[in-house]
Each structure stands twice: as structure tokens, then as C-alpha cells.
Design a protein around this ligand. Structure first.
Ligand code: PAF
Length: 284
């Protein structure tokens, strides 16, 4: 696996492959990789001849009280895993390579209105930071396609809008959420859970399933959601939100909507977890 630190290096490598007629896929990550990330690299492999994975802990997407400093940096282990799963190149820029003017003075992009709702309302500036770094990464890695996980559902829809609105010549591919056998969505944050918190955590996905099937059966969305929130709170979650939204726009659910997504963000102890479940309403 080729390792590049400089934007110019990775850009010429990708261009060289493309001039040779090869299709290139890109998987952006923040490292601390687990099976969920590796499944995205495997998906990328199925869509392209060459795969580039980036590992960059992006300062602009962390709020002042968030875990940027303590976010695990496991670069050696990540490199071993990426090589094993077939990534052809790894892009590991230093912060000043991606933010030459410094993160505080960076040119930023916003993706209104969907960067302000749901997680955006609880983490002001987070999605602007994500969109900003994805734009920069895609300038450095001008791949034919880029793969993002569906676990970060709102992030995925925001990146879709970013790419569409800025006319970026890259195809987006969504990877399915990888789950533990008990249903918990894989996440770097799961490692922070204490044993009793880890036992509780799969209830989030169980609750999303019951919310989605209640909506599919025609039960009133407002009541379904307030019951779900009350039950999660009763067992010990501090719920930021549990919502049902239209799947593509994340607009409030409306009577004629057909494709939906149930989304949750909740804390157990000090750990904030998110999850989602897409569903379709069939005509009867
Ligand atoms: O999903 C992530 O790991 C990050 O938000 C991303 C897309 C790599 C941007 O830093």
C-alpha cells in the first residue's frame, strides 16, 4: 500500500491511475478503524480498480467541548488493516496540509437547511466542518467515486447535497451499516461504553425497528415518537432526539411521504450514539 502525506502526491497518483484507464474509489475516514470501515473499503473495491483511503481526524467538525483531543489515533493499526482489506493507497495529511490557513481561518462551506436540523441542532457547526473537509479531501483525491457509511445518515444526505450543488464530478456510494450480533451499530464510540452501558445500547436499534413498523402500520407518528422517547429515557438514555423524517430531504414526515427514515441520537453515560433505519410505506 502506498502512503501519501501531501495533497500533490496523492493527486498525481490518482491522475496517473486514471490516465491508465483505471477507475478510482475513495473512502474518507477519521481512523480508529473497525469492521464497519473495512466493509466500506471492500465495497469500494467492488466499484473500482484502485482504492484510496484517507485517515484524518478533522478539527473543524468537533465542537469546543467535544472529544477532538482524545479521539483515538491508531494510525499503525489502521494501516495494517487497510492493507489487509485491499486499500491501494492511504492518504494521511497533516492538519496544515488540508488547512493551509489554519483550521480557525479556514474557508468553510455550509449545506443549508439540512446541516442545521437533528444532529446539526445539537452540534452547531459540526456538519459545516464535515462538508468543508470532504470538499478539501475530494480536491486532493479526485476519485471517480467515493464511499460513505449509512450509519451517519444525515452526514450522507448532506454530502449528497454538497456534491450535487457544487457540481462535483464524483459518484457517491452508500455502504450499509455494519451491526454487532445484538443489533448495535458499529461505531468508534462503542469502545467508550462501560459494560452495563454496552448492554443497554442495542435498545436504540430495537426502538427504531418498533417505531418504523408502527409508522408502517399507520399509527400516529407523534404518539409513537413520544412513547419511544419516554421508554428510552426510562431505561437510562438521555435522548437528543428520536424522529421520523422523509428519507431524502430529512423534512418532517408528512401524510403522503413514502420513503422514511427513523433516526435517533442519545447519550448513555458520557457516550453519544446515533443510529437510523430506512423504511418504505407500501400502497395497500
Ligand atoms: O464519517 C467520518 O468518519 C467523517 O465525518 C468524515 C466523512 C471522514 C469527515 O471527516
Amino acid at each position: 500500500m502506498i502512503k501519501c502525506e501531501q495533497p500533490s502526491e496523492i493527486r498525481s497518483l490518482v491522475r496517473r491511475w486514471q490516465l491508465d484507464g483505471l477507475r478510482v474509489a475513495f473512502v474518507p475516514t477519521m481512523g480508529n478503524l473497525h469492521a464497519g470501515h473495512f466493509s466500506l473499503v471492500e465495497l469500494a473495491r467492488r466499484h473500482a480498480d484502485r482504492v484510496v483511503t484517507s485517515v484524518f481526524v478533522n478539527p473543524t467538525q468537533f465542537g469546543p467541548n467535544e472529544d477532538f483531543a482524545r479521539y483515538p489515533r491508531t494510525i499503525e493499526r489502521d494501516a495494517v488493516g487497510l492493507e489487509a482489506v485491499g486499500s491501494d493507497a492511504m492518504f494521511v495529511p497533516e492538519p496544515h496540509a488540508l488547512y493551509p490557513m489554519g483550521a480557525a481561518n479556514a474557508v468553510r462551506v455550509e449545506v443549508p437547511p439540512i446541516d442545521r436540523i437533528l444532529c446539526g441542532a445539537h452540534r452547531p457547526g459540526h456538519f459545516s466542518g464535515v462538508a468543508t473537509v470532504v470538499l478539501r479531501l475530494l480536491h486532493c483525491v479526485p476519485a471517480d467515486c467515493a464511499v460513505f457509511g449509512s450509519k451517519d445518515y444525515q452526514q450522507l444526505q448532506i454530502i449528497r447535497r454538497l456534491v450535487q450543488d457544487l457540481l462535483m464530478p464524483v459518484e457517491l456510494i452508500a455502504g450499509a451499516t455494519c451491526r454487532e450480533p445484538d443489533g448495535l451499530a458499529m461505531s468508534s464510540r462503542n469502545q467508550y461504553l462501560l459494560p452495563d452501558e454496552r448492554e443497554l445500547a442495542p435498545l436504540l436499534f430495537a426502538k427504531l425497528r418498533s417505531v418504523a413498523s408502527a409508522v408502517q402500520m399507520g399509527q400516529p407518528v407523534g404518539a409513537v415518537l413520544s412513547n419511544a422517547q419516554a421508554e428510552l429515557t426510562r431505561v437510562g438514555f438521555s435522548v437528543d432526539y428520536i424522529e421520523v423524517r422523509e428519507a431524502e430531504t430529512l423534512a418532517d414526515w408528512y401524510p403522503d411521504a413514502r420513503r422514511g427514515v427513523a433516526l435517533v441520537a442519545a447519550r448513555i453515560g458520557n457516550t453519544r450514539l446515533i443510529d437510523n433505519l430506512e423504511f418504505v410505506l407500501t400502497e395497500d
